[in-house]
Design a protein around this ligand. Structure first.
Ligand code: ADP
Length: 443
C-alpha cells in the first residue's frame, strides 16, 4: 500500500467507528452511512479549501502546506519539484550571466544577428570597431552600421570565404578581420578583430625583404662576374675548380632566390584593375620561358604548344613568372626522362589557359591546399637544394592579381597537371585593341 493511502488510515478508521456507533445508536444504517460519508467529504472539502487559500497566498518555501494526509504529501512532492526547478533556473541564470560577462570582455567585437540580419546582442568592442552600440542599436540591421559592399556580399553569400578584411566603419585607417559564424536557427555571430598592427608588421616585413633582396642583387652580380672570370683561369688546381663550381652553383641559386623574392614583392605591391595591363604577346612569353630552361640539361623532353597570335592584358614579368615557375617545377620534380607537355589554349568562353602536365611522382592530396603558401616545400623534396618554396606562391599571387584561377590535378603515381585559366577580359587577339595599356613605370 502506498504512503498516500497509509496517511488516510486514521481518518478511514474514525469514519468506520462513527458509522458503527451511529448505526447502533439510531438503528438506521442508511442514515449512519450517509452521515459518515458526508462528514468525510466535508472534511476533505475543508482541507482542499485550506489548500486553495495557501496557494492563493503564494507558495512560500518556509510554509509548505501540510494537512497530515494525502494532499500534504502531493503538495510536498510538487513543492520539492518546484524547489529543484528554481535551483536549476538560478544556476542557469548564473551561468548565462557569467557567459554574458565573459563574451562582453572579449577583446574582439562580437555581434549576434538574427536571420533577418538584425542585431540581437553586441559587446563593448563592437562599439569601437563596428559602431554598434548596445542596447540602443539592438533590432537594427547590421547593414546600417557596416556599409562596406564586401561585408554585405560576405553576409549574403552562404558559401562565402571563411573571413574577410575590411576597413573599420569607425575609422577607415583600422583594418578589421571579420568572421561570420552561422549557428542554429539561422542566427549568425559576427566576430571582428583589429589587425592593423599585424598588417603594419606584415607590410614592414615585406618591405624589408624587398629592400634586402634589392640590396643583395648588386654585390651578387659582382661576385658572379668574378666567379665567371675565374672559370677561364688555367692555373686552378682540381680542388680549386671543384670549389669554384660549388660557388657558381650557390651564386646561381641565390640569384634565383633574389629574383623570386623581388618578383613576389612586385606582384604584391599593387592591385591590377580588370582594364589595366600591358599588351603581352604569348609568343614572347614562351620564347623567354624556353630561354629560362637552358640551365636544365634535359629540357628537350618538354613539348611546347602555343599559338602565335594570342595576347594577354597583363603584366609581362608576372605572366613569365607563372610560366617559368610551372615549367621549372615539372623539370625539377617529374621523373627524369618522362615527357612534359606545356600548352596554351583558348576555350569557347574566350578564356586562355596555360597548362603544364608531367608524368612525375604526383602530389598527395593532403599537400595540395598548402602548395601555394610561401616557403612551403614537400618534405621529401626539401633535400633538393634548388628550390625555395616561393615558385607556386608567385604563381598563385600573380594569377589572383590577374583574376585567373589555378587548378591542380595531381595524385601520387599519376603525375601532375597545373592549369592557370585567365578570364576572357584579359584575353586579346591580334586584331583586337587593348582596353588600356600601361607601363610598369606608372607604378
Ligand atoms: P620550390 O621552390 O620548392 O620548387 P614551389 O613553390 O615551386 O617551390 O613548389 C612547392 C613544392 O611543390 C615543391 O617543393 C614540390 O615538392 C612540389 N611540386 C611543385 N610542382 C611539382 C610537380 N610538378 N610535381 C611534384 N611536386 C611538385
Amino acid at each position: 500500500m502506498s504512503k498516500i493511502w497509509a496517511t488516510e488510515y486514521p481518518a478511514v478508521l474514525t469514519a468506520a467507528f462513527a458509522l458503527i456507533v451511529i448505526g447502533l445508536v439510531t438503528g438506521h444504517w442508511w442514515l449512519a452511512s450517509t452521515l459518515t460519508l458526508g462528514g468525510y467529504i466535508l472534511w476533505i472539502y475543508a482541507r482542499l479549501a485550506k489548500l486553495e487559500k495557501w496557494i492563493r497566498r503564494g507558495t512560500k518555501v518556509s510554509q509548505v502546506y501540510d494537512d497530515g494526509g494525502f494532499i500534504g504529501i502531493i503538495i510536498r512532492r510538487l513543492h520539492q519539484q518546484k524547489k529543484t526547478h528554481n535551483q536549476r533556473k538560478k544556476k542557469t541564470k548564473q551561468i548565462l550571466g557569467r557567459l554574458n560577462r565573459n563574451i562582453s570582455a572579449l577583446p574582439d567585437a562580437t555581434v549576434l544577428l538574427n536571420p533577418d540580419l538584425e542585431i540581437e546582442w553586441s559587446n563593448e568592442p563592437a562599439r569601437y570597431l563596428l559602431n554598434v552600440r548596445s542596447p540602443q542599436d539592438l533590432g537594427q540591421r547590421i547593414g546600417n552600421f557596416v556599409r562596406s559592399p564586401e561585408f554585405l556580399d560576405y553576409l549574403a553569400n552562404e558559401d562565402a570565404r571563411e573571413q574577410i578584411e575590411i576597413p573599420a566603419p569607425s575609422d577607415p585607417s583600422i583594418t578589421v578581420h571579420v568572421r561570420n559564424v552561422a549557428f542554429g536557427g539561422g542566427q549568425r555571430l559576427i566576430i571582428a578583430r583589429n589587425i592593423s598592427d599585424q598588417k603594419q608588421l606584415q607590410e614592414s616585413l615585406k618591405n624589408f625583404v624587398a629592400n634586402a633582396s634589392h640590396e643583395l642583387k648588386s654585390p651578387l652580380t659582382v661576385i658572379s662576374g668574378h666567379l665567371e672570370m675565374l672559370d677561364g683561369e688555367q692555373r686552378l688546381t682540381d680542388t680549386g675548380r671543384a670549389s669554384l663550381k660549388t660557388a657558381r652553383r650557390q651564386a646561381a641559386r641565390m640569384r634565383d632566390l633574389i629574383q623570386n623574392l623581388l618578383l613576389l614583392s612586385q606582384v604584391e605591391s599593387y592591385q591590377l584593375r580588370p582594364d589595366e595591363g600591358e599588351r603581352v604577346a604569348l609568343l614572347e612569353v614562351m620564347t623567354n620561358t624556353m630561354a629560362a630552361m637552358d640551365k636544365f640539361e634535359d629540357r628537350d623532353r618538354v613539348n611546347w604548344d602555343y599559338p602565335s597570335d594570342l595576347y594577354l592584358l597583363a603584366v609581362k614579368s608576372e605572366i613569365e613568372g607563372i610560366c617559368i615557375n610551372l615549367v621549372e617545377n615539372a623539370l625539377k620534380y617529374a621523373t627524369p626522362g618522362t615527357p612534359i607537355d606545356v600548352r596554351w589554349q583558348a576555350n569557347e568562353l574566350g578564356e586562355y589557359s596555360f597548362e603544364v602536365s608531367d608524368r612525375g611522382p604526383g602530389i598527395d592530396s593532403d599537400e595540395l591546399p598548402h602548395l601555394t603558401e610561401r616557403y612551403y616545400r614537400i618534405a621529401h623534396n626539401a633535400a633538393d637544394t634548388t628550390g625555395s618554396g616561393l615558385g607556386l606562391a608567385i604563381v598563385s599571387q600573380a594569377s589572383n592579381k590577374h583574376g585567373a584561377s589555378i587548378e591542380i590535378d595531381s595524385a601520387p603515381g599519376r603525375g601532375s597537371t597545373f592549369r592557370v585559366i585567365f578570364p576572357s577580359y584579359r584575353c586579346l587577339q591580334a586584331e583586337r585593341p587593348t582596353a588600356r595599356v600601361f607601363n610598369l613605370s606608372d607604378y
